[in-house]
Design a protein. Structure first.
Length: 132
């Protein structure tokens, strides 16, 4: 099972009142030499307190039903094996890839958002870090 950039997964990560709810996650890069990828989560816009770096409309991915945003604050680096284990355990479901244009917005937003963890920005090779 391969996980590559533009790929998406539905991962059980619901709120406390609905723990089985799955959120859409986007794989930001092809696996590195160690088999790791960066992953970002997509959440529905429910109010005004959210990262506005990358807003997605429902037509931008088959899973989206509402205006959504990329939750860069929870971006993380994960191993392909942990994703494969999650799929095998039915905690994750592979979904349709992001289209290229939407994916580029999501990826560029990871570097632009002030909420993306520094470790993830460095891992993705964000230009802001290279300039420092």
């Amino acid at each position: 099972m391969a996980f590559a950039k533009k790929g998406t997964l539905l991962i059980v990560s619901g709120p406390k009142h609905d723990p089985e709810r799955k959120h859409l996650h986007v794989v930001c890069n092809d696996p590195d030499d160690d088999g790791n990828v960066a992953l970002v989560s997509i959440c529905s816009v429910t109010g005004t307190n959210h990262d506005t770096t990358c807003i997605l409309q429902e037509h931008e991915h088959a899973f989206l039903k509402h205006e959504s945003f990329v939750l860069y604050a929870r971006a993380k680096i994960v191993s392909e094996s942990s994703l494969a284990n999650g799929v095998a355990a039915k905690l994750m479901v592979i979904h349709d890839d992001m289209n290229g244009q939407t994916f580029l917005r999501v990826l560029k937003g990871a570097c632009r958002s002030p909420l993306t963890p520094r470790k993830v920005k460095k891992y993705l090779g964000c230009a802001e870090l290279e300039a420092e």
